[in-house]
Design a protein around this ligand. Structure first.
Ligand SMILES: Cc1ncc(COP(=O)(O)O)c(C=O)c1O
Length: 414
């Protein structure tokens, strides 16, 4: 395997050069939003300065703008492993897209129908379905979690699934515990029951290859600002479903895909940035392997990212084991490292997550605290109202940064 080009990667992210009090800062806040490479910022700025226009104009700049938006749909389709650019929809963020989809799907539900959500999900993959079910008079079933290791209680999923189930909403990876859910068998079981599946891939997207075709899911949502792009969400849906469902939309807006699902004027500059974020990953993939297609380049990037992040995870878990006073909420067994992404939630016996985060921030270590909107888990684990301290690693983080945060945690406990 080629050595992971960490120095070349970091050089592309201007934010990583930030210093505070004479020391470099370390960004462990990726789960709340990743930093962006220069190429993404350039694409956004280039769009605004040279091709800024609304859709469908007859003049040159409008046509250039349309081409950029079309390319963004293609890039998003390639990123999620779908072949059809018309089946990737953009919107303000994952939450807004999911609320819109839940309203459209909810119109097809009746009293007696059931919807399954999980206690390991971000609230954006729970409340939209709960609200739509409420409006339709449908019933919501909640899949439990094993609080000890932050994993889904898959048996409780199978117990909830029945011929009444209309939709199963699952997370790809937890933004609190880092757990990667075993989606394959759950999607297959849902399909067998005739239920639709919606996957929240927001937290997984910067860490691993998404392949909607291999997953066999009906819908999948993620957010570009978590995978090195700008603040915009994207939703993949199977063509037949996107065509047959009726979203809330204006009379004047398109009845075709993808426009039917994209209400109002989009943030075109951000869409230019999405394509640039996907290109950034593809370029990394080309650097790490010999590939011919854009999709293969993305696959190669995630193979490299996955290998590197596993090293970071192993180092982090080994270090956390040497600390006293802290509890890690999630998988800690080094033999099970493949079941998690490098997102670590901690609590301390004496300090609240906010106090810990403030102490770390004072040293230029950027971490997050609270429930991270993963409220179902923090409630199930009895972690409200303080939640956890979350240290999120991405492929631009280093072993040295991990050592720094571990040392700072050790120091706080002394
Ligand atoms: C797992 C997960 N799902 C959904 C969301 C919501 O995404 P957005 O901010 O794009 O609405 C987040 C945001 O943090 C998340 O981490």
């Amino acid at each position: 395997m080629t050595t992971f080009p960490i120095d070349e990667i970091r050089a592309q992210f201007p934010a990583l050069a930030r210093h505070e009090h004479g020391r470099p800062v370390a960004y462990f806040d990726g789960p709340a939003g990743s930093q962006v490479p220069q190429s993404v910022a350039d694409a956004v700025s280039r769009y605004l300065l040279t091709t800024n226009s609304n859709r469908g104009g007859v003049f040159a700049v409008a046509k250039e703008s349309d081409a950029i938006v079309d390319a963004a749909h293609q890039a998003a389709a390639t990123f999620v492993g779908g072949n059809d650019p018309a089946c990737t929809v953009f919107g303000a963020n994952m939450t807004t897209l999911t609320l819109a989809l839940s309203r459209a799907l909810g119109r097809t539900w009746r009293a007696g129908d059931e919807v399954i959500v999980t206690r390991l999900d971000h609230d954006a993959n729970v409340t939209p379905w709960v609200l739509a079910a409420r409006d339709a008079g449908a019933t919501v079933r909640h899949v439990d979690v094993h609080v000890e290791d932050g994993t889904l209680d898959v048996a409780s999923f199978h117990a909830a699934l029945s011929s009444k189930t209309k939709l199963v909403a699952l997370g790809y990876a937890s933004n609190v515990t880092g757990t990667i859910n075993p989606l394959g068998p759950m999607i297959a079981a849902a399909k067998q029951m005739g239920a639709l599946t919606f996957i929240d891939a927001v937290h997984y997207a910067p860490h691993g290859l998404i392949d909607v075709t291999a997953l066999g899911c009906d819908f999948l949502a993620c957010s570009a600002y978590k995978f090195f792009g700008p603040h915009v969400g994207l939703l993949y849906g199977r063509r037949e479903l996107l065509e047959s469902l009726t979203p809330y939309k204006l009379r004047v807006s398109s009845n075709d895909l993808p426009g039917k699902w994209m209400t109002g004027t989009q943030a075109h500059e951000s869409l230019a940035g999405v394509a640039a974020a996907v290109s950034y990953l593809a370029n990394l993939g080309r650097h790490c392997g010999s590939v011919t297609t854009e999709r293969a380049a993305i696959e190669s990037a995630f193979t490299a990212i996955h290998g590197y992040e596993q090293l970071l995870s192993a180092h982090m878990l080994a270090g956390l084991r040497t600390l006293s006073g802290y509890r890690v909420w999630g998988i800690t067994d080094p033999a099970r490292i493949a079941e998690r992404v490098p997102t670590f939630s901690l609590t301390h016996a004496r300090f609240t997550p906010r106090e810990l985060a403030e102490r770390l921030a004072a040293e230029g270590l950027y971490v997050w605290c609270g429930n991270h909107y993963g409220l179902p888990f923090t409630e199930a684990a009895g972690l409200e109202p303080h939640g956890t301290l979350r240290i999120g690693l991405l492929h631009y983080n280093t072993i040295e940064e991990v050592d720094r945060v571990l040392e700072a945690l050790r120091h706080i406990d002394q």
